[in-house]
Design a protein around this ligand. Structure first.
Ligand code: AMP
Length: 288
């Protein structure tokens, strides 16, 4: 999870290289639909350009279709989904159905003004598709454009215009960060990552967060989850029960037998309110 421009897509790519599992980005799927000119792509274009959200039913159907593909069977990294509470609930149901519970939810955090600068400064070369930033990485040559051209042909993505960026950030805060991160903090899966500063430094923090939270390398998380879910073997359970019974018998044998003939000591009467024994008042001392 993270606001637009928080770098979650870039960091997701690094998780992909490390763990060799697919990166499932709903934003990328929608952009591909647009390029292919599908009915969904055309419908999504307007919503995306205005900074809105595509409806939950469409997004849930999309993610169900993607996560049931064979390459997702060994695990996946979700990026941009879930963005709403109905999506989070539908995801929980779907993952229970396919037996793939979430291991961790990373929350990338960046100050809003930084995000506006990052996104509104972003430019993409129409020819070679490289991404630049007018503030931090201006479009220079090198890196070379197609056919060693001298100049890149940069444009601003429609949803990177400053007004749209602010609308996207407000939407993220209201519909996603507050409610969805709240949803996952109940499960104890959420781990914030400081995503400001250098990209490699953020990657280092992300892996440190994963390792610190799981007490071992995160690739072990799946194994540990599976182990937690496995019920104890019936034979082992029976052996443990037998051991407990033997221990109990040994204890009772070790106890000294109570003397039958000894008369029971009378207990002092107990006060109902405080349950403390009532003391008899001492006789007053006689004055000499
Ligand atoms: P992203 O590349 O993740 O920033 O997504 C770009 C745009 O795609 C968003 O601003 C939304 O309009 C749309 N989108 C992506 N994922 C979702 C989602 N899970 N629910 C609703 N809309 C989405």
């Amino acid at each position: 999870m993270g606001a637009p421009g928080s770098g979650k897509g870039t960091q997701a790519q690094r998780l992909v290289s490390r763990y060799g599992i697919p990166h499932v980005s709903t934003g990328d799927i929608l952009r591909r639909e647009q390029e292919q000119g599908t009915e969904l792509g055309l419908r999504a274009r307007k919503i995306m350009e205005s900074g809105g959200y595509v409806d939950d039913a469409t997004m849930i159907a999309m993610i169900r279709n993607r996560l049931t593909q064979p390459d997702a069977a060994k695990g996946f990294i979700l990026d941009g989904f879930p963005r709403t509470i109905p999506q989070a609930e539908a995801l929980t149901k779907l993952l229970a159905e396919i037996g793939a519970p979430l291991d961790v939810v990373l929350l990338f955090e960046v100050n809003n003004e930084q995000l506006v600068k990052r996104l509104s400064g972003r430019r993409v070369c129409e020819l070679c598709k490289k991404v630049f930033n007018v503030h931090t990485a201006p479009p220079s040559v090198p890196p070379a454009c197609v056919d060693a051209r001298d100049e890149h042909q940069v444009v601003q993505r429609a949803d990177d215009a400053e007004d749209t960026v602010r609308a996207r950030l407000a939407k993220y805060e209201e519909m996603t960060r507050r409610p969805v991160s709240g949803f996952y903090s109940y499960t104890g899966l959420i781990r914030p990552v400081d995503a400001e500063g250098d990209i490699d430094e953020v990657t280092r923090r992300m892996f440190a967060t994963l390792v610190a939270g799981s007490r071992a390398d995160p690739s072990d998380v799946k194994k540990r989850v599976a182990a937690r879910r496995k019920p104890a073997k019936p034979k082992a359970r029976a052996r443990a029960r037998a051991r407990t019974i033997v221990r109990r018998k040994a204890k009772s044998r070790a106890k000294p037998a109570a003397k039958k003939s000894a008369p029971k000591k009378q207990r002092a009467p107990v006060r109902k309110s405080s349950r403390r024994p009532v003391r008899k008042a001492r006789p007053a001392r006689r004055k000499k």
